[in-house]
Write a protein that binds this ligand. Sequence first.
Ligand code: G3H
Length: 541
Amino acid sequence: MTTNPELSALFPLANSIPADARVTPLHQRETLVSGEMRRYEGDSKTVLSAVHFRQADGSLSPVELGSYPLGGTQEARDALDAAVSAYDSGRGRWPTMTVAGRIACVEHFARLMVERRDEVIRLIMWEIGKTKSDAQKEFDRTVQYIAATVDALKELDNGSSRFQVVDGTIAQIRRAPLGVVLCMGPYNYPLNETFTTLIPALIMGNTVVLKPPKFGALLFYPLLFAFQKAFPPGVINTVYGRGEQVVPYLMGSGDINVLALIGSSRVADTLKKAHPKSNRLRAVLGLDAKNPAIVLPDANLDVTVRECVAGALSFNGQRCTALKIIFVHRSIADTFVARLSKAVNSLRCGMPWESGVQVTPLPDQQKPAYLGECVSEAVRLGACVVNDGGGDSAATMFRPAVVFPVDERMRLYHEEQFGPVVPVVPFDDVREPLEYVIRSPYGQQVSLFGNDAQQIGTLTDQLVNQVCRVNLNCQCQRGPDVFPFAGRKDSAEGTLSVSDALRAFSIRSMVASKHSADDKALLNAIVDGRRSNFVSTGFLL
Ligand code: G3H
């Protein structure tokens, strides 16, 4: 691939980073296991930034941000043992603690986390190239998610703080933890999406082994101290190492009760099969997606173009919910494509800390080459790159490419590009995009653009049975976080939202007795004497 000089010039010289964006190299040598920051003297993994430095001769070289421990199966075993022992078959301090006690620990953690906000945001920018404002949003959204989780748990628990009498049986039904959770988030939302499984898993009384993502691992380091202070030993433990080695090892141990993974369906498939007791394993998965936009002839093009640009190219298209293919009715295709490319031309490329920047370097150093191949193949098969300089690249910077007309012979039609390429497919009959959705291996969301109530209504009725969210005249997205986030086929397993996640990481368990005088007296004695954390009618305010 040839390096584009204009894009190359966007990378900074080492001495030109503004003070409020600088990071000092971080060579992490400890991992959190059993409440201790355990030193590891073995191999380490060098962390390269999405950002490159421009040298005096104009060449580009990746910035080394630091390193983290590259533990092996022994270190993974130690972390797992710590989680197993803290759970202690459900008898540990954490799984038997009052809900109020667990909430207090999580709130303590959130306060400590906020103290590290600046460090974490800088690391998000440098490790994965997210713009400063998006990195700030990711951090703040995560803190809000924690607060919302606490509120949702209070509501859930208060609803369970009573006895029910049915057919002569007295029962109290509550949600109980599942055991040890292996928690792995993705590199595009390394903090937020990891925490949308980690926090509910913890607050429901499970113990956790956390493996940070392949890009965005160092940003967890400042938070390890907060975990250490806020939670009892062994409740949260970390594993750093070669994922392909340590993760199958953890799953193969049979000691993991829940696999919480936001990643690829291929990895999820392999990991589930590695567990020796499949019926003991619960999986909470957020996986692949190739969400289409379907633009109907009467769509409002101002709205459609704005939403398609945001949907396809926010964070350089690296969102699981991104619009990854756009179907447009042939009667408006030329106008739409011209307006879309104009809007894409106006996106500003630059470094994450520069204000107003929308396109930034990609964390995966191999990604520009892959995207370049997909675009070249489409061009070879008759498509064009419509916008100015689309597909140009320099190191990790890739100028977004609007590719039109795309068809089923091209990789861009089928593959989840997860990057700044926008394939546009013309259609004559709306059954064509509908067939695409039906045949797709994925089933997360769809965006429909149009204004004919009858047509939108009919399409919606069909699409809700193919995906889990139909967005009308707006881009696909996960939020607001109180809404269910789910997917069909290879896109997800289970549903995440603030309240659904609490259910995903717990199971209903109950205590029951006959409605007899003796048993009523016994239950009253337990409640009045506060002899149980489960059998209780306390109300959380
Ligand atoms: O990568 C997938 C994220 O959950 C997307 O979240 O739609 O709010 O950007 P978002």
